[in-house]
Write a new protein. Structure first.
Length: 263
């Protein structure tokens, strides 16, 4: 049985193909202006990698903010459900998932079967999202991947008075004009991000084990600050954290087929 999950976010598009209960391939690409173009491109890329055709895929579940624009899915499921399902499939002991996407942040609390017990989300402000880090890294002139690494070199981290993306951006520019060291500014940016997410996480009462999904999970600075603020060790997943939602979508596709067969 071959199934697929396709996760169309605001910044990236992800797709995963599974055979039975094994991942046989995945793809992550930068998103296009139109979600349907992102979906077609990421799936075409993955099909080429796995030497498969769409006709060979039994069922596809779409997720992410652009899920309703994916032309080839059988059904769509919310990213909250998909990230919870994907994270617990990768690591069965996970009870709290912190997913930081390009335009929102979600903290999901799970039971031992992967069902959602409680969740909290921030989708009305860029602070606490991947967009916040994207804006700040552009101002500093570094890549998103470098932002976390550079912050480890900080010797005298500064404080940002505001977590609002617009005002924080103005502060960062001011500190650059004051010739403050970039590592110290980067550390402040990562702390501001982590602090906003920690406030959200505390609303659901974080329970171990904790993991992160989404591209921000690759930022060592944010992860380290979150661990300190929440007082927990964040478990690293063995798969790319950006594909967790797509994995969950693929698993749900498989469950859908198995459920239909039992009817």
């Amino acid at each position: 049985m071959i199934v697929a999950g396709c996760d169309i976010g605001s910044l990236t598009a992800k797709a995963v193909i599974m055979k039975d209960n094994t991942i046989i391939g995945y793809s992550v690409i930068k998103g296009k202006a139109k979600p349907e173009d992102s979906a077609n491109d990421v799936m075409s890329n993955l099909l080429e990698k796995t030497h498969l055709t769409m006709d060979q895929i039994s069922y596809v579940v779409g997720t992410g903010y652009g899920r309703n624009k994916i032309p080839f899915v059988n059904t769509t499921i919310s990213e909250i459900t998909c990230h919870g399902k994907g994270a617990q499939w990768i690591m069965p002991t996970v009870r709290t998932v912190i997913d930081i996407g390009g335009q929102d942040c979600k903290v999901v609390k799970l039971d031992n079967k992967g069902n959602i017990v409680k969740f909290s989300t921030n989708d009305k402000c860029a602070a606490g999202t991947g967009r916040f880090l994207e804006v700040m890294s552009n101002v500093l002139g570094v890549s998103l991947d470098e932002l976390g690494i550079i912050s480890e070199q900080a010797t005298d981290p500064i404080n940002l008075a505001s977590t609002c993306t617009v005002w924080a951006q103005a502060e960062v520019i001011r500190y650059l004009n004051m010739k403050k060291p970039i590592p110290d500014i980067a550390a402040a940016i990562n702390y501001a991000m982590a602090n906003r997410v920690a406030i959200l996480a505390n609303q659901v009462t974080v329970e171990k084990d904790v993991c992160m999904s989404g591209g921000v999970a690759k930022n060592k600075g944010v992860v380290a600050e979150l661990e300190r603020l929440l007082g927990v060790k964040i478990k690293r997943l063995k798969y790319d954290p950006q594909i967790v939602g797509a994995i969950g979508a693929a698993i749900l596709a498989r469950e859908k087929i198995m459920g239909d067969k039992q009817l």
